[in-house]
Design a protein around this ligand. Structure first.
Ligand SMILES: [Zn+2]
Ligand SMILES: [Zn+2]
Length: 442
């Protein structure tokens, strides 16, 4: 086996005429169509390395700053140079400390995230004041909803890595991030009083994974919840950029600010697409634009999920769905519900049929299941642990884990898109081992 691999690698290497390649690049004789293909490939890479970044920069594609001719960061159909670039505050703000600078000490970091949270809360006040219900044609005022409003749900204790402050994304390897869940974390404003009831599972009473219309309605609550956080997070980071970008001295710190804003914009765009598609589907009472993947599993009391998921790659052909560090790859989201109802676990995934990558993702996993290379219990458990923000583990289950497991699960839950770093390779290895062998929460 390893011989075969060696030979293959050797052949591939001998195929490459390094001298020729080098002189082509040096003379910039790469044809326009070849260059375009190469760029397209980089744009769809799962992980961009320094060479990719350099190639993009050399070809006039900026990652670390917004370029004049790209679509504006305010999402208006204008060029950046004609719109928000003109709004950049020229006056230096001496007191401003960027996120990267704030990492130097606990105090400055805490001050940074406190300030951001303060702006976020102010943004929300405004959102509640001017916003109206998400239902089509409903102009009623927003009321406070809770994503998990099933009666007595929080009589049980759940543990999760969710944090109250959305800007608090610093996690340290080797520590445990799961804490007892405060139900307030699931409060949001997205609906009027009447529609807030209609989208709640308390009212829907989903009893099986093929209740597609009910699941679509529950997913409307999920996307309204996500939209509420994504829109306001984006707004705070947009204001931070406009007001302080020119005050930052170090190029690297400026770059990080742009990079983070690009990621947030990508995410917001995809959330908006799904928000409006669900709104439309509910209005027409037709969920045919969505694909559902259903499971009715055995009863368990260990975990529940009500969230969106961002898969990374398809398991057989390794098609990239979402990237860890490529801000040019557009986000693709699916919905994931794990609900415990009537002595069984209802598991439902939903995604837009127009996304071929997501269609392939489910198709390929189903093939692997038929080939007996994966079983659904571990697959669902791992998707919930690794790809959702809000897996809620029952406290009893959580307490059954030993310290090493708690640390590993914490890291798997958090080191995904935001924090690519060297430790990730180790975690990935552990993760893939777990995917085939264990991490089964059923
Ligand atoms: Zn703009
Ligand atoms: Zn309404």
């Amino acid at each position: 086996m390893s011989n075969k691999k060696d030979i293959l690698e050797k052949d591939l290497l001998s195929e490459i005429d390094r001298e020729k390649l080098f002189s082509e690049i040096q003379d910039n004789q790469m044809g326009e169509s070849a260059k375009k293909n190469f760029l397209d490939n980089i744009m769809n890479n799962y992980f961009l390395d320094n060479d990719n970044f350099n190639f993009l920069e050399d070809n006039g594609i900026k990652i670390w700053e917004f370029s004049e001719n790209e679509n504006c960061i305010c999402l208006e159909p204008k060029k950046y140079k004609d719109c928000c670039q003109l709004k950049l505050q020229p006056k230096r703000n001496e007191n401003y400390i960027s996120m990267v600078e704030s990492l130097e000490s606990n105090d400055s970091y805490n001050e940074y995230i406190k300030k951001m949270k303060h702006s976020f809360d102010k943004e929300i006040e405004n959102f509640i004041k001017i916003g109206s219900c998400s239902f089509f044609d409903c102009h009623e005022k927003l009321v406070k909803s809770n994503l998990w409003d099933e009666k007595n749900f929080f009589d049980e204790e759940f543990f999760s890595a969710l944090r109250q402050n959305v800007f608090d994304t610093r996690f340290t390897m080797g520590t445990t991030f799961f804490n007892k869940v405060d139900p307030k974390i699931f409060d949001y404003y997205g609906f009027c009083k009447e529609h807030s009831q209609i989208v709640s599972n308390n009212h829907l009473k989903i009893s099986s994974s093929n209740d597609h219309e009910k699941i679509l309605t529950l997913n409307f609550a999920i996307i309204a919840f996500k939209y509420y956080f994504a829109k306001n997070t984006y707004q705070v980071m947009y204001d931070e950029y406009i007001n302080n970008y020119l005050s930052i001295e170090k190029i690297g710190h400026k770059a990080m600010m742009v990079f983070r804003l690009r990621k947030v914009i990508n995410n917001l765009k995809e959330i908006k697409i799904n928000f409006f598609e669900i709104q439309k589907a509910l209005q027409k009472q037709d969920c045919s634009s969505f694909e559902f993947t259903d499971f009715d599993m055995k009863n368990q009391n260990n975990f529940v999920v009500r969230d969106i998921v961002q898969f990374a790659i398809t398991p057989k052909n390794f098609t990239v769905i979402n990237s860890v560090n490529n801000p040019f790859k557009k986000d693709l989201i699916a919905f994931m519900n794990v609900l415990v109802i009537n002595k069984k676990t209802v598991v439902s995934f939903m995604h837009l049929k127009s996304s071929t990558e997501l269609n392939d993702y489910f198709k390929e996993w189903k093939e692997l299941n038929l080939e007996k290379k994966v079983d659904w219990e571990t697959w669902i458990s791992n998707n919930a642990l690794i790809l959702t923000d809000g897996i809620l583990l029952n406290f009893k289950k959580w307490n059954d884990f030993n310290t090493e497991e708690k640390v590993l699960f914490s890291a798997l839950n958090k080191f995904r898109f935001e924090n690519p770093q060297p430790g990730q390779e180790y975690l990935k290895m552990k993760f893939f081992a777990g995917f085939n062998k264990g991490n089964n929460f059923f």
